[in-house]
Ligand binder design. Structure first.
Ligand SMILES: NC(=O)c1ccc[n+]([C@@H]2O[C@H](COP(=O)([O-])OP(=O)(O)OC[C@H]3O[C@@H](n4cnc5c(N)ncnc54)[C@H](O)[C@@H]3O)[C@@H](O)[C@H]2O)c1
Ligand SMILES: [Zn+2]
Length: 384
């Protein structure tokens, strides 16, 4: 079979750039469409593989999108506006309208695209699944604000209100999105799946967990917990942890996440269904912050700010059985992945710390709130 042509939107970003490398390595012809979003790329030069064709342009711009799609067999749609920011319209515009532009152009021009692989997110889940001794596996709704305000962070059983243990979250769990980014990713996913049914072109939304690795944006203060902690520590400041630090995330190494895209292009078992892509292991945020301090500056300790972000999931570890059934297994564990990331970051120019101003902006917009239990001396303004 002659080489196929891939379009990687967002191919200058974290996941997209690793995906581009892997596709080229596997013999694909690759075209990148990326507008080099300033929020993402302000602090460091984007990584654009010179063996790929690069179109600097916006997924929202119909003429550019049509040009980028010419002769493409598989679209890997990675471009998105990401993170936990106060913008509303821009998330919907880039993530939902941008996706719509791509889908529309494929059908309007009768293009020969044979599959669309989509970067979805585990942010689409309302909350991680829990297990109750009495009621078994449950899929709770988002946590109530009044409980968070009193420092009740753990997720109770939605049926009896009793203590429940975090459980693996399958793709069938309740989804919808509890913050603006998450809503935009869920809309992107639903829109693409519905369009896939209508058009007969298979769509595969991959629900990535928190992805990290070399080339992650250092200038975007709202995405990538590891990048945010590391830039604080490298500036001699303690990482700031919300809630009680016992919230957990699944941390996926970028090369593993990128590799799932190549599999999505060739297997048909994922066509038309969302697929969790992650490590399948829970890491608490406090544990992560402590680990990074120990590696980079043992004189620092994480600080609990006594705050919480509205619309955050408490504990999310994906059930990755669907991915495993198609033979996708992560290869890089957290320690090895962090080592690769830290080696990369040590080779970068000094990086400005931008978390403090970002946190102030979130406070001003009500997205970052204090728990009543938090005491005055730990006020966030003293954290810097
Ligand atoms: N990194 C994570 O933890 C994570 C987790 C779940 C899902 N995702 C999803 O994976 C995808 C890739 O994420 P990432 O971490 O590589 O992000 P990233 O910000 O590193 O890369 C995104 C790329 O898209 C480009 N882009 C942004 N807006 C664009 C536009 N309007 N037109 C063209 N290009 C545009 C940016 O310039 C950037 O190069 C995104 O869709 C994101 O929502 C990421
Ligand atoms: Zn119960």
């Amino acid at each position: 079979m002659s080489a196929e042509t891939a379009l990687v939107t967002g191919g200058a970003g974290l996941i997209g750039s690793h995906l581009v490398d892997q596709l080229l390595h596997s013999g694909w012809r690759v075209r990148i469409l990326d507008n080099l979003e300033p929020v993402t790329h302000a602090e460091s030069a984007p990584h654009v593989n010179p063996d790929a064709e690069f179109i600097r342009g916006d997924v929202r711009e119909p003429t550019t999108v049509r040009r980028a799609l010419a002769g493409v067999d598989v679209v890997f749609h990675q471009a998105a506006y990401g993170g936990y920011m106060p913008e509303v319209a821009k998330f919907i515009d880039v993530n939902v309208v941008g996706t719509a532009r791509i889908l529309e152009a494929i059908r309007a021009d009768g293009l020969s695209v044979r599959k669309v692989v989509l970067a979805s997110s585990q942010a689409v889940y309302s909350e991680g699944a829990v297990n109750c001794d009495q009621h078994g596996l449950q899929f709770p709704p988002a946590r109530a604000l009044n409980l968070l305000e009193t420092g009740e962070f753990d997720v109770p059983c939605p049926l009896c209100g009793g203590i429940a243990q975090p459980a693996l979250t399958p793709e069938s769990a309740a989804a919808g999105g509890e913050n603006v980014y998450a809503v935009s990713k869920y809309a992107e996913e639903r829109l693409s799946l519905a369009w896939g049914l209508q058009s007969g072109i298979p769509v595969v939304p991959l629900r990535y967990s928190c992805t990290y690795g070399p080339r992650q944006s250092l200038g975007n203060p709202y995405t990538g917990v590891i990048a945010i902690f590391v830039t604080r520590i490298l500036n001699g400041l303690p990482p700031v942890v919300f809630e009680d630090g016992r919230q957990t995330r699944d941390l996926g190494f970028v090369a593993d996440v990128a590799r799932a895209n190549l599999l999505a292009a060739v297997t048909d078992t994922w066509d038309g269904v969302p697929v969790n892509i992650g490590s399948g292991a829970a890491t608490s945020i406090l544990e992560l912050a402590s680990l990074l301090c120990a590696e980079l500056d043992p004189s620092l300790q994480p600080v609990l700010s006594g705050e919480f972000r509205v619309g955050e999931i408490r504990a999310l570890t994906p059930d990755t059985s669907r991915a495993e059934a198609a033979n996708h297994f992560p290869r890089v564990g957290l320690r090895e992945g962090l080592r690769a990331y830290l080696d990369w970051i040590r080779a970068q120019d000094p990086i400005a710390e931008c978390f403090s101003s970002a946190a102030a902006r979130l406070r001003d917009t009500g997205m970052l709130r204090r728990t009543a239990a938090a005491t005055a001396p730990r006020r966030s303004s003293t954290i810097g």
